[in-house]
Design a protein around this ligand. Structure first.
Ligand code: NAP
Length: 282
C-alpha cells in the first residue's frame, strides 16, 4: 500500500527513536524516503541505532541527545534541527512507565512519568507548532499513547493520566491548529514486545501467551504493523484525518470485553509487590 516515496524528503523527529517502537518507526520512515532525526537521553544508544540504520538502509540518521522533560533543552534541540531544515513531522514516542500500587507512589515517581509523557510531549508539540505557525508551514504530529489513555488501567496510573492528557492535547490542537494546516493524530497500541517494555511491565516475570492475555487475534503486534500505521498517518494519504486516535491491538481491549490489563494483580499481597519491585530494572 505504501509506495517507496510515500515520505520522500519529509523531515521527521522521533522522540525516543533510539530503541523499541520509536526505532522501528524511524526505520520505516527512512525506507519510505524520510529524513529522520532521533532523540533520547542516552547518546550512545542513539548513535548505535543511527549506525545500524545507516548500515542497513544507507541513509544518514541525525541524533539529538535530549531530555524532553527539560523545556529549554527541547527548544535548543528544535533550534538545531531547524537550522538543518524545518521539520515536517513530530512523533511523540518517548515515554516511561512501570508497575506500582498507586497509593505507594512517591511524588517523584508520579512526576517521573508525567514529566516525560505529558510535559515532554507538550514541549515538543508546542515548539514545533510555534515554528510551523510563525513560518506559515504545515506540519503533522503523531503521538504514541497506550490503551489505558482511553479506558484507564490499574497499577500504571501516572502513564494512563499522562497519555490521556496527550490525547486531549491531540484533539484540542487538531481544532485550534487545523486552520493552520497542522494535523495531530495518535496511535493507541496494544502489545508490541520490546525489551524495555517487557522488562518493566510483565507482572508475572515471564511473557504470557497471547491467548492467556485474551487477544482475539491470538498474537502480539509486529513492529512493522505499527510502523506502517504511523507512516500512513503522517503521510499525505491521511491528509483529511486529524484529531483521531487509532487503536491497534488485535481486538483485545475494545472488542474483547474492555479488560484494562492488570486485573490479575488486584489480589496481590505486599509480598507479591515486593517480589515485583526486586525484579524490575532500576
Ligand atoms: P522503550 O524502548 O522504552 O522506548 C522509550 C524511549 O523513550 C527510549 O528510547 C528512551 O530513551 C526514550 N525516553 C525516555 N525518557 C526520555 C526523556 N526524558 N527524554 C527523551 N527520551 C526519553 O519502549 P517502547 O515499548 O518502544 O515504547 C515506545 C512508545 O510506545 C511509548 O510511548 C510507549 O508508551 C508506547 N507503547 C508501547 C507498547 C508496547 O507494547 N511496546 C504498548 C503501548 C504503548 P532514553 O532512555 O535513552 O532516554
Amino acid at each position: 500500500m505504501l509506495a517507496p516515496d510515500t515520505l520522500a524528503d519529509r523531515r521527521i523527529l522521533v522522540t525516543g527513536g533510539g530503541t523499541g517502537l520509536g526505532r522501528s518507526m524511524a526505520r520505516r520512515f527512512i525506507e519510505l524516503g524520510a529524513v529522520v532525526t532521533i532523540c533520547g537521553r542516552r547518546a550512545d544508544v542513539l548513535e548505535a541505532a543511527a549506525r545500524d540504520l545507516q548500515a542497513e538502509l544507507g541513509a544518514e540518521v541525525a541524533t539529538e541527545p535530549c531530555d524532553v522533560r527539560d523545556a529549554a533543552a527541547v527548544e535548543a534541540m528544535l533550534d538545531r534541527i531547524w537550522q538543518r531544515g524545518p521539520l515536517d513531522v513530530l512523533v511523540n514516542n518517548a515515554a516511561g512507565n512501570f508497575l506500582a500500587q498507586t497509593h505507594r507512589l512517591s511524588a517523584r515517581a508520579v512526576d517521573a512519568v508525567l514529566d516525560i509523557v505529558l510535559h515532554g510531549s507538550a514541549y515538543c508539540t508546542i515548539g514545533c507548532g510555534r515554528r510551523w505557525i510563525d513560518s506559515g508551514r504545515p506540519g503533522t504530529v503523531l503521538s504514541i499513547l497506550t490503551l489505558s489513555a482511553l479506558h484507564g488501567a490499574p497499577f500504571t496510573v501516572p502513564s494512563a493520566m499522562a497519555k490521556a492528557g496527550v490525547l486531549a492535547m491531540t484533539r484540542s490542537l487538531a481544532v485550534e491548529w487545523g486552520p493552520r494546516g497542522i494535523r495531530l493524530n495518535a496511535i493507541a497500541p496494544g502489545n508490541f514486545p520490546t525489551p524495555d517494555a517487557t522488562a518493566r511491565l510483565q507482572p508475572a516475570g515471564h511473557v504470557r501467551a497471547p491467548a492467556e492475555r485474551g487477544i482475539p487475534l491470538r498474537r502480539v503486534g509486529e513492529h512493522r504493523e505499527i510502523a506502517d500505521l504511523a507512516a500512513f498517518l503522517v503521510s499525505d494519504m491521511a491528509a483529511y484525518i486529524t484529531g483521531e486516535a487509532v487503536v491497534i491491538d488485535g481486538g483485545k481491549r475494545w472488542l474483547g470485553g474492555a479488560r484494562s490489563g492488570g486485573e490479575e494483580m488486584l489480589d496481590w499481597t505486599d509480598a507479591d509487590w515486593a517480589a515485583l519491585r526486586a525484579r524490575q530494572p532500576r
